[in-house]
Structures are given as C-alpha cells and as structure tokens.
Design a protein around this ligand. Structure first.
Ligand SMILES: Nc1nc2c(ncn2[C@@H]2O[C@H](COP(=O)(O)OP(=O)(O)OP(=O)(O)O)[C@@H](O)[C@H]2O)c(=O)[nH]1
Ligand SMILES: [Mg+2]
Length: 424
C-alpha cells in the first residue's frame, strides 16, 4: 500500500481533499525545493555579493581568532587604524637611513615616509580644499561672527572687521580697499549685518581672483619646461612630487631634474619621490653644476619625447646673490636648448608664513620672472587668507595649492571653491 493509501485509511475523508493529500503535497513541494536549492547553490556561490559576504564573515572569524599579542595592540581593523599602523612601520624602516651627512636638512623622515600610505578612497579636490582651509575658516568666521554678536554694522564694528581681515593675512592694501567699500555700502544700507557682510566679501574676493589666468602654460611643442624656485624649506621638492604625480596621472610623460645640487640629501629626496611616483629623473653627483643638470635634463626630455620636465632648485646658497645668479644661469642654459623655455617658473611659498610668504615672493620676483605660485602647506595654517593678499600685492596667479605631505595632496587653485571653503 502506498503512502496516500495509508494516510487515507488513517483519516476520514473531508470532502474533495484528504488530509493525506495535503501531507503528500507538502512532501513533494519540499523535495522540489531541495532540488532547486541543490541546482542553484553552486551558481549562487559564484556571485560577487555572495563571495564578498563570505569573505567578510571569514575576516570576522580571523580577527576574532587572533588574540592580541601579549602587551601589544590588537591588529587594526579600521582603515584609519591600518593607515596609522602602516605609517608607524614605515617610520621605523626609514629610521635606519643615515641622513647625518647633511645636518642642515630637517625633515627627511616625513618627506620620504608619508607617500607610501594612500587612503583607498581619495577625497575629492573640493573635499581636500575644504579640509585644508578648515583652520582658516574657523579663525576667520569666529572672528567676523564675534565682531557682530548680534550687533548691526557701525564704525566700531568696521574697525573690528579690519583687524579680523588683517589677522587672516588678507594683506593691508586689500583690507583697506574692502573696508572703504564696506563703509560705502553701510551708508547706502546695502551691508548692515553679518549675513550681508559675508555675502559681500565672498562675491568681492571671488570676482577679484577670477582675474587671474589659472591655466598652466603648456607649450605647443613639448617638452614644457617648469622651473621650481623658492626659499629653503618652503616645500619645493614635495610640490614637485605632487606636480609630477598629477601630470603623470593626466597621461603625460614626466622627467624631473635634480638641480638642487647644494645638498646631498636633496638629490636623494627627489630620487625617492621619482621612484615612488614612477617618473624619470636626471641627476648628477651632489655638488655639481645645477645648470649642467638642467641642460642634460632638457636633452633627455627631447630625446625621450617627454611632455614635461620639472626642475628642482636650491632654496639656499651661501649668499642670496649666489642663489639668484644660479637661478638665472639655469634659466639661460635651458633657453639655449629651447628658446621660449622655461614656460612656467613656479615659486613655491609656505602658506604657514603668512605675510612673510608675500615678502619672499617680492624678493624672488625681483630677480626671476615668476609666472605662477604653488601655495604649499595650506592645510596646516589659519593664514589661508594670504592668497587674497597675494592677488593685491604681487598679482602672480596661485595655480596650485599644497594640502598635505603626500603626492595626492595637491589641487588646482579654484577661487570659487577656495573662497566658499574659507567662509561657509
Ligand atoms: N603639511 C604640509 N607639509 C608640506 C607640504 N609641502 C611640503 N611639506 C613639508 O615641508 C617640509 C619641507 O618640504 P621640502 O619639499 O623638502 O621643501 P624644499 O623647499 O624642497 O626644502 P629645501 O630643499 O631644503 O629648500 C617637508 O617636511 C614636507 O613634507 C604641504 O602642502 N603640507
Ligand atoms: Mg628641496
């Protein structure tokens, strides 16, 4: 007797469908379901989301299983933790390098260790600028808001606004000009409270900065030659690494030239960067003639069909006169090979020095034809307003800003994003 017969005998009939039929249907349904799962499971295992679920579960099991070493920290699991650990490991590794031959050099460790660690997801340029200008924003806004504190504009408030703008390194000329305009608008009642002032300042500064031509002077027939100048420690070599990295990512063939032959460590530093970024370097022995390095580098760039060559220079010589003579010699030698070169002379300025950076710029521009500014270290300062001071006092376009110590920490200067980041 079959299964439905046995069940039919055990249960009385209840109309059309017996209880036995019901159980039979459930049993058959279960078997069909099992067959479907057996066929689908291997396919399911091949699916991406299933694999990633499995990997995550496996990782969780591994982390749980690893008990922390006696007295030591548990292995980092977050991205921030891993980054911190990787940095610590690299710093330990680089501590073995002997930098003693160049006692004047202060920051080799940071300069060579930072670039290895990269966040998986890079912040957008806007995000970088907003983060970089956060100190400036905090200071400027705190100052301006506290000036008003519910008050309406009057002579006393105007005087306090002047002080706030000077503290933010916006420069005396620009500040005076703006204060005059504010006073006029106060009389016509266009600017009476903080909201008006903020909007007015933002619009005014943006309009002013938009007068700069911010495009890089690429030459029609490569290589484009970029000469990088600036005082000792301003961030030249790091900024060159950033530029080289950016240009390479844009698909350009880049060569860097180690024409800072004044310090042995300077050549090493640029060599490390070039290797890490994956660009060619032309260098001579330390102590050699920087102009000869520049000359060879231009030769190499022409022979290798490079798109751009970036020349590092010394920031310090025995005297300022020597330094300026050397820069001019490098320029002359480059021009012998490519008459309209260098196409860009980028002056790197340290934003943390505020108004001093403006003075440095004045000094350099009196000797070399600087075509643009790379404003480095904007991330570590509340003096970001110096960019506004520069427009007024030297009027050389700030084409790039440096926002950290890794090759990715660079952004083209964008007046709208930067000014919004300073005020919003
Ligand atoms: N926070 C921050 N640090 C930077 C930035 N640019 C450079 N630095 C740091 O500033 C220090 C000096 O940078 P370098 O690139 O060696 O400066 P330099 O002008 O080549 O120095 P010299 O060759 O001695 O004239 C290093 O510790 C860099 O990591 C930046 O945009 N932000
Ligand atoms: Mg350097």
């Amino acid at each position: 007797m079959n299964l439905s017969g046995i069940l039919a005998q055990a249960q009385p009939e209840t109309g059309g469908t017996t209880f036995g039929d019901l159980v039979l249907m459930i049993a058959v349904g279960g078997i069909v379901l099992l067959i479907i799962v057996a066929i689908a499971l291997p396919r399911l295992r091949k699916m991406k989301w299933f694999k990633s679920l499995q990997r995550k579960a496996q990782k969780r099991r591994e982390v749980k299983a690893k008990s922390p070493p006696a007295g030591g920290p548990a292995p980092p699991t977050t991205r921030k933790g891993k980054r911190k650990r990787a940095l610590a490991d690299q710093e330990a590794e680089v501590e073995d390098i002997d930098w003693s031959e160049d006692e004047g050099y202060e920051a080799p460790l940071q300069a060579v260790t930072k670039p290895l660690v990269k966040l998986k997801k890079k912040p957008s340029k806007r995000g970088l600028i907003e983060r970089g200008l956060s100190k400036t924003r905090k200071k400027l806004l705190t100052n301006l808001r506290s000036v008003f504190k519910g008050r309406q504009l009057d002579e006393a408030v105007i005087e306090e606004i002047r002080a706030s703008m000077l503290t933010a390194d916006m420069g005396p000329h620009f500040t005076e000009e703006v204060i005059e305009h504010i006073r006029e608008r106060w009389h016509t009642k266009e600017v009476t409270d903080y909201e008006h002032l903020e909007k007015y300042l933002k619009d005014y500064v943006k309009k002013d900065l938009h007068q700069w031509d911010l495009a890089v002077n690429w030459t029609a027939t490569p290589p484009t030659v970029v000469l990088v100048v600036g005082v000792n420690g301003s961030g030249k070599t790091t900024s060159i690494a950033k530029l080289a990295n950016q240009f390479k990512n844009e698909g350009k063939k880049v060569i860097v030239a180690a024409a800072d032959t004044f310090r042995a460590a300077a050549v090493d530093q640029l060599t490390i960067w070039a290797e890490r970024i994956g660009v060619d370097i032309v260098k001579h022995e330390p102590g050699g003639d920087p102009a000869a390095v520049a000359y060879d580098a231009v030769d190499a760039a022409i022979a290798r069909h490079a798109d751009v060559i970036i020349v590092d220079t010394a920031g310090r010589l025995h005297t300022q006169k020597n330094l300026m003579q050397e820069l001019n010699k490098i320029k002359r030698v480059i021009a012998k090979k490519i008459p309209d070169a260098p196409h860009e002379v980028i002056m790197v300025l340290d934003a943390t020095t505020g108004q001093n950076a403006v003075s440095q710029a004045k000094l350099f521009t009196s000797v070399v034809d600087v075509t643009s500014i790379f404003l480095a270290k904007l991330d570590g300062t509340a003096k970001g307003g110096v960019v506004i001071g520069m427009r007024e006092e030297i009027d050389i376009p700030v084409k790039f800003v440096g926002l950290g110590e890794t090759p990715d920490d660079i952004a083209p200067f964008d007046p709208d994003i930067s000014i919004d980041a300073m005020f919003d």
